[in-house]
Write a protein that binds this ligand. Sequence first.
Ligand code: ADP
Ligand code: MG
Length: 292
Amino acid sequence: ATPTSIMVGTGRAAEMGVLFRKGDALQTLQKTTIVAVDKTGTLTEGKPELTDIETANGFSEQKVLRLIAAVEKKSEHPIAEAIVRAAEKKELTMPSVENFSSVTGYGVQAVVEGKSVLIGADRFMLREGIDLGDLKAIGQALGKKAKTPLYAAIDGQAAAIFAVADPIKESTPSAIQALHNLGLKVAMITGDNKGTAEAIARELGIDHVIAEVLPEGKVAALKDMKSDLVTLAFVGDGINDAPALATADVGIAIGTGTDIAIESADVVLMSGDLRGVVNAFDISKHTMRNIR
Ligand code: ADP
Ligand code: MG
């Protein structure tokens, strides 16, 4: 590629809200065959809502919601915000919380009114030796409906199953279709529940799903897919996406994401959705064609 054509290409891209921070990304995109995409905040709005709650072992919904919202007030995870919003809507007063801790990829725990409260994924409950009983089957059914099942335990007893749902961005289905039309395979990487991730992937026609990955596992998942024959782009928005953005052959950050994600990327999209990814591939294709 000549420097002039690259300059013209990156200039046109900038007009469309696609910023190439490195000129060679324009050429690497041309060779790319797999686009791996982070789910939360990239394919979805990143703003889940509490949709279901069912209690067990004689706990009342009001009591469980009050305790878990108190704990989640200390967390910055989008799931936590959904729970706190739901409790505030019901005008529940939240007690104070001691010994809060967050276990990345698993959940959160704290002591509230002298009781030990755990909230998180089924693997968190498993790890802490909580018997989920009938709640487990309810969780699997919720996952099939593309909702994220979560569990609460109080003093070592399963207290509730609840679910949050994060709406798919309006622009996502057509963008995935466009990427397929360009001959690309689309993979989804997420820390979310496997059943939930697969339900969303089915809805969107995504080719490959890697679910229940811990933040540090995203890089390993990308390295598994990447090889001498496969050139891979990764699209993400969050703090925990920065290492993956740096690992991919082309890291594409959603511009509405966090600064650290943007700094780790080769390409930055001004818009908050996947359409910018389609534009980036289109521009790369045109630029390279004009050169040959
Ligand atoms: P992602 O950003 O893809 O959701 P995370 O590693 O942040 O990945 O979270 C993975 C899983 O850990 C969540 O789907 C949830 O099950 C659990 N989890 C993390 N933080 C919380 C929290 N504050 N409250 C409840 N569950 C949580
Ligand atoms: Mg994200």
